[in-house]
Design a protein around this ligand. Structure first.
Ligand code: NAP
Ligand code: ZN
Ligand code: ZN
Length: 350
C-alpha cells in the first residue's frame, strides 16, 4: 500500500515528500500507523552519506511510536489499537549466538536496520519512520506503557533511550558509581536522566555553557564545561564510567584522564571522521578501557521502556512538522536542540 513519507533522493538533496510502498502484513507482521518519529543524528549521518553505503531514496527515522492498525493471523502479542514502538532494527538472523541471547543488534549476519537495511520489500532497502505507516515483524515491535499524552516524548527512547540505557546497565551504573555523560544532545540528555534514575552520581560534560542550568534539572549532580581545563582537571582520576555521545571527532585523552584505574570510556557517538588516536600509556598504566556500544536488543529495549515508564522518564522534545526536517538538521549540527526534535507524522502529505 502507498504511504506518505519524507526522504532524500541523493546525499546533497533536501528531504522532500514522497510516496513509498509498504508490504501487506504477513502472518507475523504488525502494521503500525506512525504518530511520531524522533530525529536522531544517525538519520543525518545516513541521509547525507556521511557514513558509507547509503541507498537512495533514503527515508530515515528509527524512533517510531504509533498505533497498531492491523495484525497478521499468527501475531500473538499485539492487537489493533495497541500503542507500540519500533526502534533501530526490524530484523536479524534470529539464530546466531547474539540473536539467541536477545542481542539482535550484534547479529553475526548483520541486523536489518529500520532504514538503509537489506529487505526484499520495494525498493530493496528498508525505509524508516519519517512516514505514516510501517509494517514490522512482531519480534521487533515494542509495547509502550507510558500515558498516551506522553507519546511524542516517548519516541526518542527507541534510539536515544536504549543507546544510553544499554551501556549504563552493562557497566553497572548505580548507587556508589560516578558516571560521566559527554555531549548533552539527544542521546546525552537521555543518558543523564537514566543514569540519575539508576542511582549513579552523574556528571554531565557539555560545550554549551547555556545548557548548564537545564542539565542540572535533567538530573546531573554536576555540570562541567568541557572547554574549561580547570573544570576538567578537578575530576581527574575519579570516574568509574564515562559515556561519550559526541557526534564529532575530538581528543579522547581529555576523558580517559578522568577515569579511575579500571574505568571505562564507552563511545556511542559515531563521527564520520576518526577521533585522534588515544594516548595508550594512559590506558596501560591504569588498566583503563575505551569501549563501544550499539543501541540495544529487543528484550533490553522493552526493559528500558518499562524502566522509563516506571520512573516517569521521557525525552525533552521540540515538535516539528515534516517540512521542517532540514532546518532541524541545521540546528542539530549547531548543538541547538533541547533535546530532541520529534516529527508529527500527521504533517506528512498535507
Ligand atoms: P546530537 O543530538 O546532535 O547530540 C550530540 C551532542 O554532542 C551535541 O548536542 C553537543 O552537546 C555535543 N557536540 C556536538 N559537536 C561537538 C563537538 N565538536 N565537540 C564536542 N561536543 C560536541 O546527536 P545524537 O542524536 O545524540 O547522536 C550522537 C551521536 O551518537 C551521533 O554520532 C549518532 O550517530 C550516534 N549514535 C550512536 C548510536 C549507537 O548505537 N552507538 C545510536 C544512536 C546515535 P553539548 O552542547 O552538550 O556539547
Ligand atoms: Zn538513532
Ligand atoms: Zn543473528
Amino acid at each position: 500500500m502507498t504511504t506518505h513519507a519524507f526522504g532524500a533522493h541523493a546525499a546533497d538533496q533536501p528531504l522532500v515528500a514522497m510516496a513509498i510502498q509498504r508490504r501487506a502484513p504477513g502472518p507475523l507482521d504488525v502494521q503500525i500507523d506512525i504518530a511520531y518519529c524522533g530525529v536522531c543524528h544517525s538519520d543525518l549521518h545516513t541521509v547525507r552519506s556521511e557514513w558509507p553505503g547509503t541507498l537512495y531514496p533514503c527515508v530515515p527515522g528509527h524512533e517510531i511510536v504509533g498505533h497498531v492498525s492491523a495484525v497478521g493471523d499468527a501475531v500473538s502479542g499485539f492487537n489493533v489499537g495497541d500503542v507500540v514502538g519500533v526502534g533501530c532494527l526490524v530484523d536479524s538472523c534470529r539464530h546466531c549466538a547474539s540473536c539467541e541471547e536477545g542481542l539482535e543488534q550484534y547479529c553475526t549476519s548483520g541486523m536489518v536496520g529500520t532504514y538503509n537495511g537489506r529487505t526484499t520489500d520495494a525498493p530493496g532497502h528498508t525505509l524508516g519512520g519519517y512516514s505514516q505507516r510501517i509494517v514490522v515483524d512482531q519480534r521487533f515491535v515494542l509495547h509502550v506503557r507510558h500515558p498516551q499524552a506522553q507519546l511524542a516524548a516517548v519516541a526518542p527512547l527507541l534510539c536515544a533511550g536504549i543507546t544510553t540505557y544499554s551501556p549504563l546497565r552493562h557497566w553497572g551504573a548505580g548507587p556508589g558509581k560516578k558516571v560521566g555523560i559527554v555531549g548533552i544532545g539527544g542521546l546525552g540528555h537521555m543518558g543523564v536522566k537514566i543514569a540519575h534514575a539508576m542511582g549513579a552520581h552523574v556528571v554531565a560534560f557539555t560545550t554549551s555553557e547555556a545548557k548548564r542550568h537545564e542539565i542540572h534539572q535533567l538530573g546531573a549532580d554536576d555540570v562541567v564545561n568541557s572547554r574549561d581545563a580547570a573544570q576538567m582537571q578537578a575530576h581527574v582520576g575519579s570516574f568509574d564510567f564515562i559515556l561519550n555521545t559526541v557526534a564529532a571527532p575530538h581528543v579522547l585523552d581529555a576523558y580517559t584522564a578522568l577515569l579511575k584505574r579500571d574505568g571505562t570510556l564507552c563511545l556511542v557517538g559515531a563521527p564520520a571522521a576518526p577521533h585522534p588516536s588515544p594516548n595508550v600509556a594512559e590506558l596501560i598504566f591504569h588498566r583503563k578501557a575505551i569501549a563501544g556500544s550499539l543501541i540495544g536488543g529487543l528484550p533490553e529495549t522493552q526493559e528500558m521502556l518499562d524502566f522509563c515508564a516506571q520512573h516517569g522518564i521521557v525525552a525533552d522534545i521540540e515538535m516539528i512538522a515534516a517540512h521542517d526536517i532540514d532546518a532541524a538538521y541545521a540546528r542539530m549540527l549547531n548543538s541547538d536542540v533541547k533535546y530532541r526534535f520529534v516529527i508529527d507524522c500527521a504533517t506528512m502529505g498535507v
